[in-house]
Design a binder for this molecule. Structure first.
Ligand SMILES: Cc1cc2nc3c(=O)[nH]c(=O)nc-3n(C[C@H](O)[C@H](O)[C@H](O)COP(=O)(O)O)c2cc1C
Length: 382
């Protein structure tokens, strides 16, 4: 009898799905970079759940619909993009490719989709903007203890043509990531947090005691620079600095989502940070369900989601459950590690093609036809 062997492609162009891209990237990246990209918090239960949850959601296809032509375009915050698949913010793309975030931005631009640039990018935000002038980009914000610096970075993002501020709200401190601690994650000397100026990086507030208890450089950065006292007041503060739309990333609860809507926030990304912050919270797609329900009567706020999205069917399920668009995190980094800009493009193209197949087989000709009736949730027995 033949034994089934898991297929690991040898070359990037042999990859037919995102799982294979991940396998290839795992072989390519150094232990230091891979542990940073791959890791989840604690026992990595949420990291695993982000993917597993999609298996409990079933498609409910409509038949005898003419699907010879379909349209995958959608509007987010009034801007048309070619597909509801966008790039989540992630730090340090230069750990994967020489040009780092410039490669990612070029790929997004060529495919006419949206990229969110992280505060902790390894290419300066102005340089990313300059390298791809007309691409659609939002800027992800970590609020630093140094508020003057934070205000300034918001202004820099607006001046450089970023179209929204994405405030990450699930990281008052960094989650405990044991893979990073094991390898004592550190930045290679040619890579740095290019948006943070030397003065910000130099001002040491961290105590020796705190340093002793952590062994990852990114953990230290958070302890030292990020503001753990952040609360809902920050929304007013950001509004006083910029006219850009404001998105909250990392909302988990329906009551928080309602509060955001009532405070006039323009969008939320339902996200558990790719399972990297608080372990054992629900998967992104399961968090989405009550949030979409609670926000039904609020017309002024858009809902997006991320976490474990690896298949076109996953994208479709998120849209059916109320998301306007989805964001990919790790798959982008893995594509980048395999083949730079081309790698990111291919990752998006693979999942895009899967979405097209799924839409056709479900009888949905456009994104707006992917309604709640297109999925059935499997009942869990307790
Ligand atoms: C290596 C890495 C770095 C990340 N850096 C950031 C960041 O700087 N800011 C942020 O808001 N989220 C960050 N995230 C979280 C992603 O934006 C996103 O929520 C998550 O990766 C989605 O899950 P997925 O990787 O399963 O697609 C990071 C994720 C990874 C994997």
């Amino acid at each position: 009898m033949k034994t089934f062997v898991k297929y690991t492609p040898q070359k990037f162009d042999e990859c037919v799905n995102l799982h294979e891209v991940e396998q290839l990237a795992i072989n390519k990246l150094t232990d230091n970079s891979l542990s940073y990209y791959y890791s989840g918090a604690g026992d990595e239960e949420t990291l695993k759940e982000n993917k597993d949850a999609f298996r409990r959601i079933h498609l409910n296809p409509r038949v005898l619909v003419d699907v010879s032509h379909i349209d995958t375009s959608c509007n987010i915050l009034g801007q048309k993009i070619s597909m509801p698949i966008c790039i989540a913010p992630s730090a340090l793309h230069k750990l994967a490719s020489e040009k780092g975030e410039n490669d990612t931005a070029s790929a997004a631009h060529k495919l006419n989709t949206l990229m969110i640039l992280s505060t902790l990018s390894s290419v300066k935000l102005e340089d990313v903007a300059e390298s791809n002038k007309t691409g659609l980009r939002w800027f992800q914000l970590y609020v630093l203890k140094d508020r003057e610096f934070t205000a300034n970075i918001i202004k820099r993002a607006q001046k450089s043509g970023f179209k929204a501020i994405v405030l990450t709200v699930d990281a008052p401190i960094l989650g405990s990531r044991e893979r990073d601690q094991r390898v004592k994650f550190s930045l290679p000397k040619e890579i740095s947090y290019e948006n943070l100026t030397q003065t910000v990086l130099d001002s040491k507030q961290i105590t020796q005691e705190e340093i002793k208890h952590s062994s990852s450089q990114i953990f230290n950065l958070f302890l030292d620079k990020m503001d753990p006292s952040l609360n809902w007041e920050v929304i007013k503060w950001i509004r006083s600095i910029t006219t850009l739309p404001l998105i909250l990333k990392g909302v988990h609860r329906a009551d928080d989502a309602v509060l955001a809507a009532e405070m006039g926030v323009n969008g939320i990304i339902v996200s558990n940070h790719g399972g990297r912050q608080l372990d054992t919270v629900l998967s992104g797609v399961e968090l989405l369900i009550p949030i979409a329900q609670a926000l039904k009567k609020y017309r002024n706020i858009e809902i997006y989601v991320d976490g474990g999205i690896r298949r076109g069917t996953d994208v479709f399920k998120c849209l059916a459950l109320g998301a306007k668009a989805v964001f990919l995190g790790r798959p982008i980094l893995y594509g980048l590690a395999c083949e730079g800009e081309n790698g990111v493009r291919r990752v998006i193209e693979i999942i895009y093609k899967e979405l097209v197949i799924c839409m056709k087989l479900c009888g949905c000709r456009k994104v707006s036809e992917i309604g709640r009736d297109m999925v059935i949730l499997k009942r869990t027995k307790f």
